[in-house]
Design a protein around this ligand. Sequence first.
Ligand SMILES: [Zn+2]
Length: 76
Amino acid sequence: MDKHVKVDMEILKIMDCLVCSKKKEDFEVWSNKIVIAATYDSELQNHESIRKMTKKSMICHDCMQSIINQVNENRK
Ligand SMILES: [Zn+2]
């Protein structure tokens, strides 16, 4: 395997959803740690799945929505 192919595979790995492992499609809006930090929502940031994120992790829109729903549910 040459270097170039190896780099491409690493990029693909990064583009999996952290929660459901779905691969990212170009048109989908996903969240990363920077986006979540920008919400200044400490309860969201303390969610187990969010805490597992690294700088390179991505979460798909569906999983992000269910995490937000869970956090809102616990807030009540
Ligand atoms: Zn997902």
